[in-house]
Design a protein around this ligand. Structure first.
Ligand SMILES: [Zn+2]
Length: 223
């Protein structure tokens, strides 16, 4: 158990850390069992949740941005644009259109190395029902190499349509915003294949209604 003063007189510990916060294997535990109680407690919990959410969004933004600089990935982006087996959607599944559609992301990314920092693929920044408290985060972002490899793998066996990478508006802390997720157009014949490949590569797969979703979120921390 490791300990840290939180500055408000209480102590928090990391279970199983042997005194080393970096070695935490069980997440945060509150010494009072997490029962803050009362209005003050509710406010404190809400503040803590807001801080954690902001930290998570910052992590997602950094990760998505870093993905844009992977030379293997952006070479694949150029390949995806011209690959006849890969269809890149030109609008999000909610019919919204912006510069973060699957098609625009890949075409922008493909030429980005010639003009880095001014022409990176943007993430969407509009608001949707999936996250009523805040809009999609904006900024810039690209899918991870794992996501790109997943699409490449599926395309090797037949046609595939990408509805969204890091663009679109999703759940508040969606792995899409970190570049860890992809939405595929539903394909009745290949659903199980999409699922199996996603799981084989260590991902989470589910039907999110308007798309088949596969993500490779980090096992701890960011979702
Ligand atoms: Zn999704």
């Amino acid at each position: 158990m490791g300990w840290q003063s939180t500055g408000d007189g209480s102590l928090k510990g990391w279970a199983g850390s042997n005194g080393n916060p970096g070695a935490n294997s069980h997440g945060w535990v509150s010494e009072n069992g997490g029962k803050s109680g009362g209005v003050a407690g509710v406010i404190k919990d809400a503040a803590k949740a807001a801080v954690e959410s902001a930290a998570q969004m910052a992590k997602a933004a950094a990760k998505a941005l870093a993905n844009c600089f992977n030379p293997l990935s952006y070479a694949m982006a150029c390949q995806f644009v011209v690959d006849p087996r890969i269809t890149l959607a030109q609008q999000h599944t909610d019919n919204h259109t912006d510069k973060a559609t699957a098609m625009k992301s890949m075409t922008t990314w493909c030429v980005a190395p010639s003009n880095y920092f001014t022409k990176l693929p943007p993430r969407s920044s509009y608001k949707c029902d999936k996250c009523p408290t805040m809009p999609a985060p904006g900024g810039y972002g690209c899918p991870s190499l794992t996501v790109m490899r997943y699409i490449e793998k599926l395309a090797a066996n037949g046609p595939v349509t990408v509805n969204d990478f890091a663009g679109g508006c999703h759940d508040c802390n969606s792995p899409h915003y970190a570049g860890d997720a992809v939405d595929l157009k539903k394909d009745m014949l290949r659903t199980s294949e999409f699922w199996v490949e996603c799981q084989k590569m260590g991902g989470w797969f589910f039907d999110e209604g308007d798309s088949l979703h596969c993500d490779f979120r980090a096992k701890k921390g960011i979702r």
